[in-house]
Design a protein around this ligand. Structure first.
Ligand code: UN1
Length: 532
């Protein structure tokens, strides 16, 4: 293996000479010039002589953006060793000072919001507004983590023994492995990495093979902060790798926590491997999110939420609205309104102003979209509108689809599955809201849910413990677009993990209970006598 590059001027990419939509300029602004490496330890790049290259093409126009190198087992070992060394320094930095570093990272992200948002949009395919929103989500979590760095508190308790004191404290875990998905290629990393960092951990990030360039860009953005503060390499590392690297991380006892975002299939594998070594897994997996529309809904408001939830990010959010559970009294009205809105959706290049729906990530995703539509129709569903794979000018890639509306039944196998594409199932219910809640809960996933109703009895029934079984339950707000301040994640096959806000930080730390005797005797708990 060649010597790791001393300076972080080169990255894991081989940037192609083209300038579609000003992307060359964006790459230049982000410091991605030319390349040769498969991993970064924050300040240095390595894995420069790996043979295996991965071509990154944009789903927006099919153009090759760059080639990246894939990390090998040797690279992996190097990254883990460097991270272990960095941890010995980083954990000694007081938490509020670690927060100060995160504050600087947040400021750098503010400086780079435009080019990074644009690269997210171009590499992943979400519209620019959402690309910028994703970077804003990173900035928000930085701010949140800064405040948190002064609040990593435990409780104190009263001891049952005289002259004794009890309290608990939170210590860093060590190395945190982050496996992220293509759909939120940088925000989900930041939720994990920024909390992990203020908690005193170092992190190793395996971004999706579908979106590694934005990860390279993020490493560029934070390297100046690390350098200016004379921090060691290895606090934030990135490994450009395939599933093999993910498996290595899951099995590695040196990584006490693995945070993985992606499909339930992937999460079950990772969870099993991490569980077998009794490590901690933070899993944020598939959703099958529903909006309930009762006869008391503000339908105008609901339709707007449904559209953002169902076709935003081209249906590729974990929180995407996949099912609409509509009371029979309002069913026809809602159906007609959606039928009139769907064909008018502006679909096209996500960097072009005015478009609201970009492409799917790749042709596999398109195939799954089409197959799900075929299957649901075979089960008895009715395709009301959409479902076409678009072709012609602007759609040459074959990755743009017309979002689909399907009348279906909740029990159909296809409806029970999460298809990561813009398909919205319309499901009719009658009677009381409890019937709608039963349908909403009648799937294996449990991420996000919502009800549109101005009737307090209905909304409270939805929020009660007998109501929604999801990690997120909203009232008069759609299923997607959560703020970072709340804990994010879900139950059942969604994996049970909680990331981002609230007290999600606790999973990145180990809790220790301390009992201190400041008296002259040694009384035992539970009144046990053991005198010698
Ligand atoms: C995801 O899709 O994995 O709530 C994350 C939302 C975003 C995060 C989605 N804030 O839709």
């Amino acid at each position: 293996m060649k010597q790791a590059l001393e300076e972080a001027t080169a990255t894991g990419t081989d940037v192609q000479d083209h300038d579609h939509h000003g992307i060359r300029q964006v790459l230049r602004e982000l410091g991605i010039q030319e390349i040769n490496a498969a991993y970064s330890t924050g300040l240095k790049w390595g894995g420069t002589d790996n043979e295996q290259l991965l071509s990154i093409t944009s789903p927006t126009d099919g153009k090759l953006i760059a080639k990246v190198r894939l990390a090998t087992a040797v690279d992996y070992e190097q990254v883990v060793r460097t991270a272990e060394e960095a941890f010995t320094t980083w954990r000694l930095v007081p938490a509020p000072k670690r927060g100060e570093i995160v504050r600087q990272i947040g400021n750098k992200l503010r400086d780079y919001k435009d080019p990074l948002g644009k690269l997210v949009s171009y590499e992943m395919g979400k519209i620019l507004q959402e690309g910028l929103g994703e970077v804003q989500e990173m900035i928000d979590i930085c701010d949140f983590a800064v405040g948190l760095s002064r609040q990593l508190h435990g409780f104190t308790m009263h001891s049952e023994r005289p002259a004794h004191r009890m309290y608990e404290q939170y210590h860093p875990l060590g190395l945190v492995g982050i496996i992220s998905a293509f759909n939120f290629p940088v925000a989900v990393w930041s939720w994990n990495a920024m909390l992990a960092a203020v908690c005193g951990n170092v992190s190793i990030w395996k971004p999706s093979e579908k979106t590694p360039l934005v990860a390279v860009a993020v490493q560029h953005i934070i390297k100046d902060v690390l350098r200016e503060n004379e921090l060691p390499e290895g606090i934030f590392s990135v490994l450009i790798g395939d599933a093999e690297i993910g498996s290595r991380m899951a099995a590695d006892e040196r990584l006490p926590l693995i945070s993985a975002t992606g499909s339930t299939r992937m999460g079950k594998k990772v969870g099993a491997v991490v569980g077998a070594r009794l490590g901690k897994a933070l899993l944020e997996l598939g959703g099958n999110n529903a909006i309930i529309l009762t006869p008391h809904a503000d339908v105008d408001m609901a339709i707007r939420a449904v559209l953002f939830g169902a076709v935003g990010t081209a249906g590729q959010r974990c929180t995407t609205t996949r099912r609409l559970i509509i009371h029979e009294e309002v069913y026809e009205d809602v159906k007609q309104r959606l039928l009139s809105a769907y064909p008018k959706l502006p679909i096209g290049h996500p960097l072009q102003d005015g478009n609201l729906v970009g492409p799917l990530i790749d042709k596999d995703a398109v195939r799954m979209f089409s197959e799900a539509l075929e299957r649901v129709q075979a089960e008895g569903g009715t395709l009301l509108t959409g479902g076409e794979v678009l072709s012609g000018t602007g759609y040459e890639t074959g990755t743009y689809v017309q979002p689909a509306l399907v009348e279906a039944k909740n029990e159909y196998h296809t409806v029970q599955e999460e298809t990561f594409a813009p398909i919205l199932y319309l499901i009719k219910y009658s009677g009381e809201v409890e019937n709608a809640i039963a349908l909403q809960n009648g799937v294996r996933q449990g991420l996000s849910s919502s009800i549109f109703s101005l009737n307090m009895r209905e909304t409270e029934a939805f929020l009660a413990h007998t109501g929604s079984d999801c990690g997120i339950a909203n009232v008069n707000i759609g299923t997607s677009g959560a703020e970072i301040g709340g804990a994010f994640g879900g139950e059942k096959e969604t994996g049970g993990g909680r990331e981002s806000g609230s007290d999600a930080w606790r999973v990145y730390m180990r809790r220790q209970t301390n009992t201190i005797n400041y008296g002259t005797a040694l009384p035992l708990a539970q009144g046990i006598k053991f005198d010698i």
